[in-house]
Design a protein around this ligand. Sequence first.
Ligand SMILES: Nc1ncnc2c1ncn2[C@@H]1O[C@H](COP(=O)(O)OP(=O)(O)OP(=O)(O)O)[C@@H](O)[C@H]1O
Ligand SMILES: [Mg+2]
Length: 256
Amino acid sequence: MPHLALESVSLRYDGGAPVLSNVSLDIASGEFVVVVGRSGCGKTSLLNLAAGFLHPTSGRVLVDDRPVAGPGAERAVVFQNDALFPWLSTAENVAFAARLAGASAAERRLQADRALEIVGLAGLGDRPVWQLSGGQRQRVGLARALAAEPDFLLMDEPLGALDAMTRETLQDLLLQTWGRNRAGTLLITHGVEEALYLATQIIVMAPGPGRIIRRLDVDFGRRRLAGESARSIKASPAFVEAREDLLDSIFEREAA
Ligand SMILES: Nc1ncnc2c1ncn2[C@@H]1O[C@H](COP(=O)(O)OP(=O)(O)OP(=O)(O)O)[C@@H](O)[C@H]1O
Ligand SMILES: [Mg+2]
């Protein structure tokens, strides 16, 4: 089973103060790991290490026990801002990796249409991306990540810029997609409810230097996939209690 691991990773930028200290993390297929923590605690740095954009100062990043040398097609990344190419059509954005790999126009189109269907954008492949709404563009970013059928999906606040309703819709989309493809997922968010709703495991980080202060297992996402309504889950006493508990951890407050 594909497996992404950070082993006792520490990071400094250009010999500065440590940004991450002794961080260990495991993501296997079928897991949805969500990282929360205050601004500046090193969440994006952590994701960039997992993606292979950065290398640790000490410790190791491994995929299936092999050290990661750089970015790889088995680890797809979704950025906070959609990072689409405005001069390409929606479909060509989705199939961009296939284009680099030399796939034919027909193959690219087939791949793009399949991924666009998953994210609920069937039929929009020919649109220039500037004609899409912000929520639609984030879906295109997700479709592009899914198109290559990656083993791991790494997402840095993918829904952060969206309005509350679009965000809830896309949370369900993320959950359903994960329920189907079981890609090992790492998601960073500022949303405590989002973390609880999606995760199988929540990692709480604290700054100065960035480190993991808590890990907790949750099952609200699994309940949602089993058919319980989002409203009923988010209104349940267990959810409300978990939210307060998580907020206490993030802000290092004494529990009441
Ligand atoms: N390229 C860089 N060079 C030097 N320092 C950096 C660089 N990128 C990030 N930092 C510093 O590393 C620390 C962690 O930054 P990072 O972006 O990982 O935090 P974050 O948890 O993602 O924050 P946010 O929630 O605001 O996105 C910060 O102090 C930041 O200023
Ligand atoms: Mg960040």
